[in-house]
Design a protein around this ligand. Structure first.
Ligand code: PEP
Ligand code: MG
Length: 814
């Protein structure tokens, strides 16, 4: 059986290589080919074989779409023959000439075509029946047999990404297989006798094995020649944490001291060791105070809380008792410290709460600080070369204090998560950042050339000249585009026919404010107060909250700030609020439900917001409202807070507007009644979409179903606009959707004229507003409300964006 002959080939390949990333990819490539071999040996039907092949290719290359187009030489056209990912109903119907679309271009050139954003490519042709407008990146390879074109094999992905050299090689190898199949099976179809047909299969399988061998030999020789040529280029993948492209030399940040260099040391004078330890402790505490004051300007929320955590741990009795115990057992201070830190790190790492788990970093940080002082090593300010890229296992608070983040062009970290300080800092400073990168420190050496793609999460180590050129070009275009957008800073967001739109910023941390100003935000449409709360060690009291809100108001001057009360739960858990695990946290104990169940905590926040209201233009926003009672109960507590403050003689703005988020279908259905109870409405489409479409907003598996342009979503928004109008209340939007140019076009057309979004997106939306006429946007919105599928809506809107000359704005939205 051909299949049994394939096996040893695969095994030999695996044995001959060390288990490097390359070897993994090679064996992965072989397994795709092997699977195709299996399909062929078990199927006798051309259509069935091709369907199975595109499915396997899509699955194994982790692409959302794999399609095969077959060329008809008489009609000189390509027909969609098999697809995984595109609408199956379009099989056999989608036809194109060689001068049409990117697929036509592949056959026209008889060369692979790779495009990161197909929608923006001049040769892109939209076929509404395929539903392919969601897919950005495109790689098509010609299927040829002895220079005769047979078809095109295409893979497409939702995310904008580049396909690597190995993926290209693999696709070519698969296309060669497919060519064999097409020729072979076409032949087989015309053959009369079953016996002859089987011979042909055998023949085809022999050639498949030969191809496999050739492919394998090619891979071996590629690997050898690359090994001889010095360290290989590598492409690593992590989690994108802050957008943009960073190109520069790696600066690998390693701790100044490490417990590994200490080993297990014994000492016979515990009292003397305790004295040494106490001295190191005193120096460490003084350093922490110093670091705290240096950091307070840069990441203000972090100052009084997390550094206090460091201090408190060093003063903690059980921590000190543990050290003492190890000293009494005859260990030196360094080793006693190491054992104690290991115990704590282990305990944190086992915790189920993500926030607490990530605090293991703090304990290691504290441990290194004390160890450095025990060893008498001075703390150093890290001199980073201008334009360098910081590479580290993790970024601790101490590191942050010692680094001039402004000099960096990129950050790459092996660890990191949603609440990690590095992520918070990177976002605040807008440094292109990728976190959670496997085998980062094994792959990168000091001064290695690096590319950080903060949009896709890719990190290129020692990239080839081609990759570098491509990224340099992307970076140049990206910067030029941003510069051009920045020139709009002082211009109003006004359509060609004089309709004014307000563009505000969504903020979470103080660091966001600088960017809100830089990008020309007209105010803050959403201040997610739970974000700073996540960085505290305990629930901040009224005074602390007042200080926090005042800082925002002082920075905003006369600009309006919409302060949203705590929206905890679901995916935002501070360590000091006790949460029990829930099966459906997004449908569970979250947001206003928590606030109303803890009236004391809620009132503390309401009092702090009321007190802040005399220092600026404040609006108060209640999240996750599902019914009238929640509004009424919140208003009772607000009235109580007002009475208390009046009684205490503390001033507040009596006319502070109070609004609610419309982000739950029940609130949307009752929007008019709810609106009459309050002063304004704010549409939270991030949640509204997930609840309306029953699609978890954080679940990658169902991400393609999370569709802002679903007709149901647009009709829900239109209904909310009508309700707000009827009740005579202003309506704004603060969901992500407002930052997407295609969606913003519809939102404005639907009559929403206050949009709040991440500051970064404001310039591109302003450019969009200034490029359109309101009357056209109205007309477009009217049309899309009559359409019955997201595909149809997107096809139409993309066409309009092209027509309006604003399609390139899509580039900036990820
Ligand atoms: C929303 O749901 O659209 C919203 C703005 O709130 P958040 O993203 O904070 O849930
Ligand atoms: Mg929400």
């Amino acid at each position: 059986m051909p299949r049994s002959r394939q096996k040893p080939l695969v095994k030999r390949t695996q044995r001959n290589h060390t288990p490097s990333a390359r070897a993994r990819r090679v064996s992965h490539g072989l397994s795709v080919l092997e699977d195709i071999g299996t399909i062929l040996s078990t199927s006798h039907d051309l259509q069935e074989s091709l369907e199975s092949i595109v499915r396997v290719v899509a699955e194994r290359t982790s692409t959302e779409v794999c399609s095969l187009y077959i060329y008809d030489p008489r009609a000189q056209s390509l027909t969609l023959w098999a697809t995984e990912g595109l609408n199956k109903a379009s099989i056999g119907k989608v036809r194109m000439g060689l001068d049409e679309g990117l697929t036509g271009l592949v056959l026209e050139r008889l060369e692979p075509v790779m495009v990161v954003d197909a929608l923006a490519h001049p040769r892109y042709k939209y076929f509404p029946e395929t539903g392919e407008e969601r897919y950005h990146s495109f790689l098509g390879v010609p299927v040829v047999e002895r220079k005769k074109p047979l078809g095109v094999l295409v893979v497409q992905t939702l995310r904008r990404r580049r396909f690597g050299g190995e993926e290209l090689r693999l696709m070519k190898a698969i296309a060669a297989q497919v060519a064999g199949i097409i020729v072979q099976l076409r032949l087989a179809e015309s053959l009369q006798s079953k016996e002859k047909e089987r011979n042909e299969y055998r023949q085809r399988m022999i050639s498949a094995i030969q191809q496999l061998r050739a492919y394998e030999q090619q891979q071996d020789s590629d690997a050898k020649s690359e090994e001889n040529a010095g360290p290989r280029a590598a492409r690593l993948v992590g989690v994108p944490a802050a957008p943009g492209f960073g190109i520069g030399a790696a600066h690998v940040l390693r701790p100044l001291v490490s417990f590994d260099q200490v080993g297990e040391l014994r000492a016979d004078n515990p009292a003397a060791e305790w004295e040494r330890f106490q001295n190191a402790l005193r120096r460490s505490l003084a350093e922490i105070e110093d670091v705290k004051s240096r950091m307070s300007d840069r990441v203000p929320e972090v100052d009084s809380t997390l550094f206090d955590t460091h201090r408190m741990m060093l003063e903690d009795k059980s921590f000190l008792d543990k050290i003492r115990g190890f000293l009494d057992d005859g260990f030196a201070a360094e080793t006693a410290l190491q054992f104690t830190v290991d115990e704590y790190v282990g305990a944190f790492a086992r915790m189920s709460d993500r926030y607490l788990r990530e605090r293991a970093t703090d304990v290691r940080d504290i441990g290194h600080r004390v160890l450095r002082n025990l060893l008498g090593v001075e703390e150093q300010t890290r001199e980073l070369p201008e334009g360098g890229i910081l590479v580290a296992e993790e970024l601790t608070l101490s590191d942050l204090a010692a680094i001039e983040a402004e000099r960096l062009t990129g950050i790459a970290l092996a660890t990191g998560g949603a609440t990690s300080h590095a992520t918070i800092l990177a976002k605040s400073f807008e440094i292109p950042t990728v976190v959670g990168i496997d085998s980062l420190l094994e792959s990168v050496q000091e001064d290695d050339a690096l590319i950080i793609d903060g949009n896709s999460g890719a990190v290129y180590v020692r990239p080839s000249r081609d990759v570098l050129n491509e990224y340099e070009r992307l970076d140049r275009e990206y910067r030029a585009f941003n510069r051009e957008l920045e020139s709009l800073h002082d211009l109003p967001a006004e359509t060609g026919d004089g309709h004014r739109v307000t563009l505000e910023a969504n903020i979470g941390l103080m660091g966001d404010l600088a960017f809100a100003h830089r990008h020309g935000a007209e105010g803050v449409g959403l201040y997610r107060t739970e974000f700073p709360f996540l960085t505290y060690r305990d629930f901040p009291d009224e005074e602390e909250q007042l200080r926090l809100y005042r800082r925002v108001l002082d920075a905003l001057g006369t600009k309006r700030v919409t302060l949203r009360t705590l929206d905890l739960g679901a995916d935002k858990y501070p360590s000091y609020v006790k949460f029990t695990k829930e099966d459906n946290p997004f449908l569970g104990w979250r947001s206003i439900r928590i606030s109303l169940e803890h009236p004391d905590l809620f009132k503390t926040q309401l009092r702090a917001i009321l007190r802040a209201s005399v220092h600026g233009r404040v609006r108060l926003l209640l999240p996750m409202i599902c019914n009238l009672e929640e509004v009424e109960r919140s208003q009772e507590l607000l009235a109580e807070a007002r009475r208390e403050l009046t009684h205490e003689g503390i001033p507040f703005d009596e006319d502070m507007p109070v609004g609610i988020m419309i982000e739950v279908p029940s609130a949307m259905m009752q929007a008019e009644e709810l609106a009459r109870k309050v002063d304004f409405l704010s549409l939270g489409t991030n949640d509204l979409i997930q609840y309306l479409l029953a699609v978890d907003r954080n679940n990658r598996k169902v991400a393609p179903l999370y569709e802002p342009l679903h007709p149901a979503v647009l009709r829900a928004i239109a209904a909310t606009v009508r309700a707000a109008k009827k009740a005579g209340r202003p309506l704004s939007i603060c969901g992500e959707m407002a930052a997407d140019p295609v969606c913003a076009l519809v939102l404005i057309g639907l009559g929403i004229d206050q949009l709040s979004m991440g500051s970064f997106y404001i310039p591109s939306i302003k450019r969009l507003v200034r490029s359109i006429d309101y009357s056209d946007a109205r007309e477009m919105a009217r049309k899309v409300l009559e359409m019955s599928s997201a595909q149809e809506i997107k096809g139409y809107l993309f066409g309009m964006m092209k027509k309006l000359g604003v399609i390139e704005l899509m580039e900036i939205y990820h």
